[in-house]
Design a protein around this ligand. Structure first.
Ligand code: ZN
Ligand code: FE
Length: 249
């Protein structure tokens, strides 16, 4: 049965995600950017929180764990690294399965942004929550992992079906689009960038995206095409990532 996703802006540029298993009414939040905002959304929806699914330890993803645990008693699952800053009830690793009612999330190791970063994939509903690994037209910064690790993580995500709906944790798309235009002249990239700028002018979100759209236009995924002389795909990715880190757009 369906998974209902309620997306709302949080902090300065995060998204909050409340998900509800339609069959059983069980509710989870993907990450905890802002406990008060999440509690307010739960109140508006009339939902009660059963679970917290963390993607990584950064404060804008796990900082609300303690307050939400106190307020709701929800079970917290995520990578072990979360315990650096917040409570965790169960540590997850690659290949683990998390059940929210009848919805089955498979855990995918997507380390690189942080070493333990994970993503959650609901194959039946073709939905993935990817935290700060893959963004619309972008990818997470390499705070802890290597380019090689991040490239492998991105491959795990691009192995998912093209129609997979991808919920990334930040609205960074306009700035990502400016960078994409600086390294990629493909018409599909220009077209998408125009659509992104127009959507942001209208105040509309550009998240979610899809695996297919990212494969076609995301400069980090297209790195081997954009840097054909690089010795390996991971090194091509490293070059694009370094260019973005130094990009003043
Ligand atoms: Zn992060
Ligand atoms: Fe973040």
């Amino acid at each position: 049965m369906a998974l209902i996703v309620h997306q709302f802006p949080c902090l300065s540029d995060n998204y909050g995600f409340l998900v509800r298993d339609a069959a059983t009414g069980k509710v989870a939040t993907v990450d905890t950017p802002d406990a008060d905002a999440i509690l307010a959304e739960l109140g508006k929806l009339g939902w009660s929180l059963d679970m917290i699914l963390n993607t990584h330890w950064h404060p804008d993803h796990a900082g609300g764990n303690a307050a939400l645990k106190t307020a709701t008693g929800a079970e917290i699952v995520g990578p072990a690294e979360v315990t650096r800053i917040a409570p965790l009830d169960k540590a997850l690793v690659d290949g683990d399965v998390v059940m929210l009612g009848e919805t089955r999330f498979e855990v995918i190791d997507t380390g690189g942004h942080t070493l333990g970063h994970i993503s959650y994939h609901d194959a039946k509903n073709a939905i993935a929550f990817v935290g700060d690994t893959l963004f619309a037209l972008g990818c997470g910064r390499l705070f802890e992992g290597t380019a090689e690790q991040m490239w492998a993580s991105l491959q795990r995500l691009t192995d998912l079906p093209d129609a997979t709906t991808v919920y990334c944790a930040h609205e960074y798309t306009a700035s990502n689009a400016r960078f994409a235009l600086s390294v990629d002249t493909a018409p599909a990239v220009t077209e998408r960038a125009d659509a992104v700028f127009a959507a942001r002018e209208r105040g509309e979100p550009t998240v979610p995206t899809s695996i297919g759209a990212e494969k076609a236009t995301n400069p980090f995924l297209r790195a081997p095409l954009l840097r054909p002389d690089a010795p390996s795909p991971a090194e091509a990715f490293a070059e694009i990532r370094a260019a973005k880190d130094g990009f003043k757009g």
